[in-house]
Design a binder for this molecule. Structure first.
Ligand SMILES: Cc1cc2nc3c(=O)[nH]c(=O)nc-3n(C[C@H](O)[C@H](O)[C@H](O)COP(=O)(O)O)c2cc1C
Length: 363
């Protein structure tokens, strides 16, 4: 068996061996996880939105050091106070790819593309994929509604072929992937690779506290991994817990009080000035209602995610997760994960080829 099978053009663009991407996850995708993914032949994204401004460059250098300078990616959001710093660092350190949501305009993306950086936003709807390409994206990651964190409502099995058929750039499939069957299926749909969040979170390399991972492992009911708008005003998929139950029961006034308290903590932690906070709010107000909600409430999510992912207080925070957590029963290393996915994809490919053989022996 060839050792470079499944080597799609995406692997060339990203400079990785396998078409398997570890997505950015706030507080989870630090230098350790990114390096473990990259050293196992995948492509990892640093979660630049939740790394303190003064630590981000050190984290970039740490990945380089741990991987012997192999390519990796950086995630950013235009609404974070240090967005410009991340863009500058991506160019300075010749980061191979950036991922983002909605936000960067043609000028920003043009600067990144001119520096040879692959621009691969994550989208949850066809119209957003088309808009992102118009803005200059050269790879699209689609995330089906079953995916973790902020997510749309169209499932992967509908969104993926819809986008593959509509665009010319490589498409990466995310939302619900965890094994070799998923990789093979995604390639069959026409994707050039898969991207996974939850599955990489549930590894021994993620650095997430054991008490939190235990909760993920214990969740066997995919219906309990639900979408809520209560955390930051945007649809976000997470494992139902005590904190979400409290938010659901709280009056609008109590929720506002919680939101403001968290916003103040987050503002202090990121060093965001009041002037910047007001500027972000003003920009949001000039755009649309959803972006206002996101801008005002966005302060909540990072603080609450930090409680679960860093502080080991899963009952008091948010456990962002894809529905796929319900079918993941053990923690493995990134290397075991990636090698296992490739082995199973080969096995399933051989099994499918055997159907052809049976057919022709009768025909
Ligand atoms: C704990 C957690 C944190 C996340 N944080 C981010 C983030 O900071 N930025 C981002 O673009 N996506 C974030 N996401 C979304 C993931 O990058 C990814 O798109 C999603 O998990 C894919 O679906 P899957 O979980 O089914 O693999 C997060 C997801 C999880 C589970």
């Amino acid at each position: 068996m060839a050792t470079n099978d499944f080597h799609t053009p995406l692997c060339e663009l990203l400079g990785c061996r396998w078409p398997i991407v570890q997505t950015a996850m706030g507080w989870v995708a630090g230098s350790g996880l990114v390096a473990a993914t990259t050293n196992a032949g995948g492509f990892g994204f640093l979660a630049g939105a939740t790394i303190a401004a003064e630590r981000i460059e050190a984290e970039i250098l740490r990945v380089k050091e741990l991987t012997g300078d192999q390519p990796f990616g950086l995630n950013f959001h235009m609404f974070q106070p240090n967005a410009q710093q991340l863009l500058d660092l991506a160019v300075k350190h010749r980061i191979r790819a950036v991922s983002y949501g909605r936000g960067p305009d043609k000028k920003v993306i043009g600067r990144l593309r001119d520096a040879g950086i692959v621009c691969m936003p994550t989208v949850g709807a066809l119209k957003h994929a088309l808009k992102a390409i118009e803005m200059g994206a050269n790879v699209i990651t689609i995330q089906g509604g079953e995916g973790g964190g902020h997510t749309g409502s169209v499932p992967t099995t509908v969104l993926l072929p819809q986008v593959v058929d509509a665009v010319k750039v490589p498409v990466v499939a995310a939302g619900g992937f965890y094994d070799g069957r998923g990789l093979l299926a995604a390639l069959a749909y026409g994707a050039q690779g898969i991207a996974m969040g939850t599955r990489f979170l549930m590894t021994t390399d993620s650095g997430v506290p054991a008490v939190t991972l235990e909760r993920y492992l214990k969740t066997k009911d995919a219906e309990k991994i639900q979408v809520s708008h209560l955390v930051d005003g945007m649809p976000q998929r997470m494992i139902a817990n005590e904190y979400l139950a409290m938010l659901e029961k709280a009056s609008a006034l109590k929720r506002l009080r919680i939101a403001l308290a968290l916003a103040l903590q987050w503002k202090a932690q990121t060093g965001m000035t009041t002037a910047h906070a007001l500027k972000v709010l003003w920009q949001g107000l000039r755009e649309d209602a959803a972006s206002v909600a996101q801008t005002v409430m966005a302060a909540n999510a990072p603080m609450l995610l930090q409680r679960s992912m860093v502080e080991g207080r899963p009952a008091e925070g948010v456990m962002s997760s894809g529905q796929v957590a319900a079918v993941i029963s053990q923690l493995v290393s990134c290397r075991e994960l990636i090698e296992g996915i490739v082995a199973q994809a080969r096995e399933r490919r051989a099994a499918l080829a055997a159907y052809d053989a049976t057919e022709s022996s009768h025909g």
